[in-house]
Structure formats: structure tokens, C-alpha cells
Design a protein around this ligand. Structure first.
Ligand code: SF4
Length: 433
């Protein structure tokens, strides 16, 4: 225990907003604090609070600022002895925030582990770097394989916030994944802003296939899932690696954002509709039972009703398994910013609704075909005597669930076979066999 530690502060509350990458950042600095003897608690019982913010789009910014204001009020009243705001919003607007919001002790940016540790007067024991305190249930964990992004999507503020693409070395990732597996992680979820760019910044080659192969050798891991693939220059070789290795989930998360060539060009996605469709065909040929997840943006400044209809038809034609839709958020500093934000929010929301209604039908039809099947399910928990879990087709937090009964006393992280008896739009129901 370090001499200079602030004796008043023992209990810390960490609030993480935004994406899974931010969650890993919180897990990393919390691992350091934990090793320095700090305890973790909820906001009501904390001496110090660390808010790890998201600053990606308008709605997230508003939610984050509201939360910071509430915490600052607790700080003003002396309920909190220290209030630290870190992460993307603070990285992007730290100066403005510190001028406008009093009673926050520190506005730090992203990757502020050591600064946070120093502020709370813990010593920096280097051997601790990499020790994470998991905020996910123990049986699954995210593995953040890089920081930043080198893509130039016109609507996106992330490269401004997180900087250039920086791959973490394969050895370091292998060690981190091995330590997670030793501590009970069964499902490893690879995340980045752009997973398919892995190591291109270091070796000028996309080496995600090698990384997947290496991680698949970790015995105690049952499932390895990759999120956030980028369609342009997609490294086709990973498809063979995935189809040849049962540990690698037949699951491709590939944000496509739009289908109209005019909109894709303005978004600077660097890929055409023809190339996107060729890629999806190739993925389906190489991994026949692949689960395809994608996300789209509606209401982008130059999206006409005709472009939107084009996207609707694309969704109907492609029959993707999992779909998310965002409404366009005009972000200062992005190359799309000068295009303004001409499409009214209600029209954006209507377009989002329309796509989700079509996707609901597609999802229901696909789910109905699974009735009678027996699926491998990882147990995530139990609610009102009914277990819930996910199949290989479902990532945590964003995809579907399987609800099922069992006569056995199951625990999170168990893998079981469930016979599917009922299907709804998204979730499945069944019995453990
Ligand atoms: S790939 Fe595009 S949308 Fe994703 S983080 Fe990079 S710039 Fe943003």
C-alpha cells in the first residue's frame, strides 16, 4: 500500500458510458486501482467517482453531461470527495467542460489509467499493467485489439477523439486472453474501431487472421467472436480461418452504414454497393451458416427518399440476421459537418422505424425456422426461474436471447443444448435437453 495514498478515499464508483471499448478502458484502470487496495462500490456509497464518458454522437453527449452535472452536485455537497471525468467526451471537449461545469476535480482524456492512479495517489506497479477488473459477467470478456482508427468516414468523430490506429501486439493480446481464460472467461469478444485493419499500422498487412488462429489455441476458451469488421479491403482469408475452427464463431459483425452509392461516396466509406454485395456473397459461400450483423445510418444529409427506398430494398434483399440502425448526428470537426443536418429528426426516426419493422419480420421468419432445432447455448443468467443465454449467433448486449427451462442447477458460463419450442421476433424459447 503506497504511503502517499489519499486516506479519505477508499471506495470508488466507476461509471462507464458508451461502447465496449470504453468498458475495457474502465476495466483496465479499475484493475490498477483494485491492485492498489481501492474498493469498488455504487455511486451512493462512494468516496470518489470516475465517469468514463462517451462523446460519439449528440444523444450520448447530452446523456453524459446530465450525469456529470448530477455527480458534480454530489461533489459540491461534499458527498463525493473526488470526481474524475475521463473518456471520449472529456477528450473531445475537456476545456469547454471544465469552464462550464464546476465541482469536477479532473477532466481527463482517453487512456488516462496512469493519471487516474496518480490522482488517487496510488503507486504505479508496472507488473500490474494489463490486469483488468472485469465488469462483464466472468464467463465472457472483451479483448480490445487496437486503439483509434485510420478510416475517414465523413460522419464519424472517433478518429478525432481516439487518434490514429494503434494495434496492440499479438503477444500482449495472447497473454491478456490467456489470463482471462485462466480466470474463467469462456467467450472472448474481439473489439476495435475496425478489427479487420489489425496490424496494418505495424506490418502493413492485415493480420487479424493470424491473431484469430493464435487465440483459438487457448484451450479454456470455448467461443471467440469478432466484432466491428470494416467492409473495404476486407481480409477474405479470415473466412477460411473462421470456417475451419469451431471455436471461432460463425459470426461476422460488419457495419455497412448504407447501400446507395451516392450516400456511400459522401460518407467516404470507400466501397460501392456492388463490392458490398460481392463481399456478402463471398462470406456466405465461405461460411454457409454465418450470422451476419450490420448497422446502418439513416438521415445522412444527402439521403433522399429514393436513397432510403434503396436501403429498404437492400435490407429486404440481403436478409441479414442482426441489424441496428442509427439516426445521423451532425458532429463538428467531421468532414460531413459542412453538409448541415437538413433531414428533420422525425423523418430520421420514421426511416429508422421502417427498417426495424422490416428487420423484425425477417428475424421472426428466421427464428421460426429454428423451432424444433437443438442449439448450443451459453448460460448468461436466470430470471424468475427461467434461464436465459445466447447462441453462437448472438453477441452480448446487442443481439437476441434464448429463454429456457432446466431441471439442473446451471450457472453462468455453462454451455448447454436447448431444444427450441417457440420463436418470437428476436428471442427464442426452449427446454434444456
Ligand atoms: S471505421 Fe469509420 S465509423 Fe468506424 S470508427 Fe473508424 S471512422 Fe468511425
Amino acid at each position: 500500500m503506497s504511503k502517499s495514498k489519499n486516506k479519505e478515499i477508499k471506495n470508488i464508483s466507476v461509471i462507464t458510458l458508451g461502447c465496449s471499448k470504453n468498458l475495457v478502458d474502465s476495466e483496465r484502470f479499475s484493475g490498477l486501482l483494485n491492485a492498489n487496495g481501492f474498493k469498488f462500490t455504487d455511486a451512493n456509497n462512494a468516496d470518489a467517482m470516475i465517469i468514463n464518458t462517451c462523446g460519439f454522437i449528440k444523444s450520448a453527449k447530452e446523456e453524459n453531461i446530465q450525469l456529470i452535472l448530477e455527480a458534480a452536485e454530489q461533489r459540491r455537497k461534499g458527498k463525493l470527495k473526488k470526481l474524475i471525468v475521463a473518456g471520449c467526451l472529456s477528450q473531445r471537449y475537456g476545456n469547454e467542460l471544465s469552464e462550464q461545469i464546476p465541482n469536477v476535480d479532473h477532466f481527463l482524456g482517453t487512456n488516462s489509467d496512469l493519471k487516474i492512479l496518480k490522482i488517487l495517489a496510488g503507486e504505479n506497479k508496472h507488473s500490474l499493467i494489463g490486469e483488468r477488473m472485469l465488469f462483464t459477467p466472468k464467463h465472457y470478456a472483451y479483448l480490445k485489439i487496437s486503439e483509434g482508427c485510420n478510416q475517414k468516414c465523413s460522419f464519424c468523430a472517433i478518429p478525432m477523439i481516439r487518434g490514429k490506429y494503434e494495434s496492440t501486439s499479438e503477444d500482449k493480446l495472447f497473454n491478456e486472453a490467456s489470463s482471462l481464460a485462466e480466470n474463467g472467461t469462456k467467450e472472448l469478444i474481439l473489439i476495435a474501431q475496425d478489427s479487420t485493419y489489425y496490424n496494418k499500422d505495424k506490418s502493413n498487412k492485415r493480420e487479424i487472421a493470424n491473431l484469430l488462429k493464435r487465440l483459438a489455441a487457448i484451450e479454456k476458451l470455448e467461443w471467440i467472436r469478432m466484432m466491428y469488421a470494416y467492409p473495404r479491403q476486407f481480409p477474405i482469408e479470415i473466412l477460411d480461418v473462421i470456417s475451419e475452427n469451431t471455436k471461432l464463431c460463425n459470426y461476422i459483425d460488419i457495419p455497412l452504414q448504407h447501400s446507395s452509392d451516392k450516400v456511400l461516396r459522401s460518407m467516404k466509406r470507400g466501397i460501392s454497393l456492388r463490392k458490398i454485395e460481392e463481399l456478402l456473397d463471398t462470406i456466405r459461400k465461405k461460411i454457409p451458416n454465418v450470422t451476419l450483423r450490420s448497422t446502418f445510418i439513416v438521415g445522412y444529409p444527402n439521403e433522399t427518399e429514393k436513397d432510403f427506398q434503396h436501403l429498404l430494398n437492400f435490407i429486404k434483399k440481403q436478409q441479414l440476421d442482426r441489424v441496428g440502425v442509427f439516426t445521423y448526428s451532425q458532429e463538428e470537426g467531421t468532414s460531413a459537418y459542412p453538409l448541415g443536418d437538413p433531414i428533420p429528426e422525425e423523418v430520421k426516426n420514421q426511416r429508422r422505424e421502417e427498417i426495424m419493422l422490416i428487420q423484425q419480420k425477417i428475424s421472426l421468419e428466421k427464428n421460426r425456422k429454428k423451432v424444433g432445432d437443438t442449439l448450443k447455448v451459453v448460460v448468461d443468467g436466470i430470471e424468475r426461474k427461467t434461464y436465459f443465454g445466447r447462441t453462437e449467433q448472438d453477441a452480448p448486449d446487442v443481439d437476441n436471447l434464448v429463454h429456457f427451462n432446466s431441471n439442473e442447477n446451471l450457472k453462468p458460463g455453462d454451455f448447454v443444448n436447448v431444444n427450441i419450442t417457440k420463436a418470437e421476433e428476436y428471442d427464442l424459447y426452449g427446454t434444456h435437453i
